[in-house]
Design a protein. Structure first.
Lengths: 237, 73
């Protein structure tokens, strides 16, 4: 006889971040906030600007039980400039006949210039994509990590404990940031860390042009409150 | 144009040498990018990192082949 009703209930699988942060106590607004973001679909994909609890992702100095809560990059909209430039420049060879200098060289050299043009454009686009993809901001349940790559041979990694964070601010300036909902999150630490990449940043931990800066700032503030609560309760690791 | 008696250096030759030198430079840069992608992947390991390494290496191979064709052609 076909089964019409079954009282067996599938146990709801507890998310990994809930298990990992359970040691923080029952009142865990961070877990609620992260759960909410997961329900909005922010836990899927690799190429997104903001990923909550990214799967199969690790960073260099990550501790064994440390859990990545948020991984953010600059919003895709910040790449519009170079993408448009590449698209426009890729059509330039169609008009090379208009340049008298190009017409003077032999066909072999013209082919070389053609190859050079497209290889150069591809190299530029690939490098820009790499720098966008790997310049990330990570918030774990213990630390905040800012990974910056400048060019091909220069990297800068800033790390701070959540308990050293003193202040969190966020801002959205301009039309693009309002349309695409991205902005800067500035995290001030007790040590006032300085780094080489601070020419335009207000702090060593400035998450530039990230998606949903208000949500990210809220998560950081809740983590700060959680750390403060733990230090009062004597549960600091 | 005759800088050395008996040898004619035209615009094509000069531009050709510059183009070949730039192509070699681009090939070297693509090799540096292959190395840089490995280092980036070591710092932040994502599961598409392997695919990005393959793309970077393919780009290096393509630029090497095209540079070879232009230089030897």
């Amino acid at each position: 006889m076909p089964r019409v009703y079954s009282a067996e209930m599938k146990k709801k699988k507890e998310p990994a971040f809930a298990k990992a942060t359970a040691r923080r106590g029952k009142d865990n607004r961070v877990v609620e906030e992260i759960e909410k973001m997961c329900e909005e679909g922010l836990d899927r994909g690799v190429w997104q600007n903001l990923i909550v609890c990214p799967k199969k992702t690790k960073f260099e100095s990550q501790n064994g039980k440390e859990l990545i809560l948020i991984m953010a990059r600059k919003h895709l909209a910040t790449n519009i400039g170079w993408i448009l430039a590449v698209l426009v420049l890729s059509f330039v060879p169609l008009f090379w006949g208009e340049f008298p200098l190009i017409a003077l060289v032999s066909s072999g050299v013209r082919f070389g210039i053609f190859v050079l043009w497209y290889l150069g454009l591809s190299l530029f686009a690939f490098q820009k994509m790499l720098l966008w993809f790997y310049n990330i901001y990570i918030i774990t349940d213990e630390r905040i990590v800012d990974v910056d790559f400048f060019g091909l041979l220069y990297k800068n990694i800033n790390v701070t404990q959540i308990r050293q964070v003193e202040d969190v601010n966020y801002s959205q300036i301009g039309l693009m940031s309002s349309i695409f909902n991205f902005g800067d999150v500035v995290i001030q630490t007790a040590s006032e860390q300085m780094s080489d990449d601070m020419s335009k940043e207000q702090s060593a931990f400035t998450f530039q042009a990230i998606s949903r800066p208000d949500r990210v700032a809220r998560v950081v503030m809740q983590l700060m409150e959680q750390e403060e609560k733990e230090s009062y309760e004597g549960r600091v690791r | 144009m005759e800088f050395v008696p008996g040898i004619d250096i035209g615009l094509s030759e000069v531009v050709g040498v510059m183009v070949k030198a730039l192509l070699v430079l681009i090939t070297l840069l693509s090799l540096i990018i292959v190395r840089q992608v490995s280092l980036m992947h070591k710092v932040v390991s994502v599961h598409v990192g392997g695919n990005i390494k393959i793309v970077a290496f393919s780009f290096f191979v393509i630029s090497l082949v095209l540079t070879g064709i232009v230089i030897l052609g």
